[in-house]
Ligand binder design. Structure first.
Ligand code: IYR
Length: 224
């Protein structure tokens, strides 16, 4: 058992007007984020991807175990292998495995088994959750709240990339086990999301869909 070690918190209490302005500005920024499926091949500097991954790495995680690995792929041959493997799964999915109810739910998005964006976009980021860690003596270390931790970190990553002026797609070919094989990741790591990153193709369109208003997603319980 180790003793917890504490240090003073760096925290600025802001004037309420500034808090309001910051909250509004962040909402306005995030409202402009859209999942994109038509990417340009325009290159994105690696440094931007690194910084966004560093932001993802600031996310809270179960017992601060940071049970994630982000594999950033810019190599066109590796992107092609991922596209081929993903499209094979997607053909099975759209060809019947999904079932009618799921396909009906997806209809407003206009998706299909063509995943050419996996080759066109300059970067793919495969996000893995570490089901367990390894102690210096080789023993397995249990990790806590892995899906929650990876989900939060991915949210930070998407927000960071969007904030930097990049577009993303949260892509989830299923099953995704081929990512372990192509990317050489160990069995301890489970692929959660394949994030596609780049700029929109010229004239790109997105589905005309909306987000639920605050009244539909929030419940407040307050003193009267
Ligand atoms: N993985 C498939 C299907 C798909 C599933 C959901 I849930 C989506 O929100 C979008 C797509 C695909 O990428 O096409």
């Amino acid at each position: 058992m180790t003793e917890a070690d504490f240090q003073p918190l760096a925290f600025d209490v802001l004037p309420e007007a500034e808090m309001r302005a910051r909250a509004d500005a962040f909402l306005a920024l995030m409202r402009r984020r859209r999942s994109l499926r038509a990417f340009s091949d325009r290159p994105v500097p690696r440094g931007l991807i690194e910084t966004a991954i560093a932001t993802a790495g600031t996310a809270p995680s179960g017992a601060n175990q940071q049970p994630w690995t982000f594999v950033a792929i810019g190599d066109r041959r590796v992107k092609r292998r991922i596209r081929e493997a993903a499209e094979a799964e997607e053909r099975a999915f759209y060809g019947g495995r999904a079932g009618d109810a799921w396909l009906d739910a997806l209809a407003p998005l206009g998706t299909d088994a063509d995943k050419s964006f996996l080759e066109t976009a300059p970067w793919l980021i495969a996000i893995f959750g570490q089901r367990w860690g390894t102690a210096p003596d080789g023993a397995k270390v249990k990790h806590y709240y892995v899906p929650e931790s990876v989900g939060i970190a991915t949210g930070f990553l998407i927000a960071a990339l969007h904030g930097a002026g990049l577009a993303t797609l949260t892509h989830t070919p299923s099953p995704m086990g081929f990512l372990n094989e192509i990317l050489g990741r160990p069995d301890a790591e489970k692929p959660y999301i394949l994030l596609v990153v780049g700029y929109p193709a010229e004239g790109a369109t997105v589905p005309r869909i909306t987000k639920k208003p605050i009244g539909e997603i929030a419940v407040f319980i307050e003193e009267d």
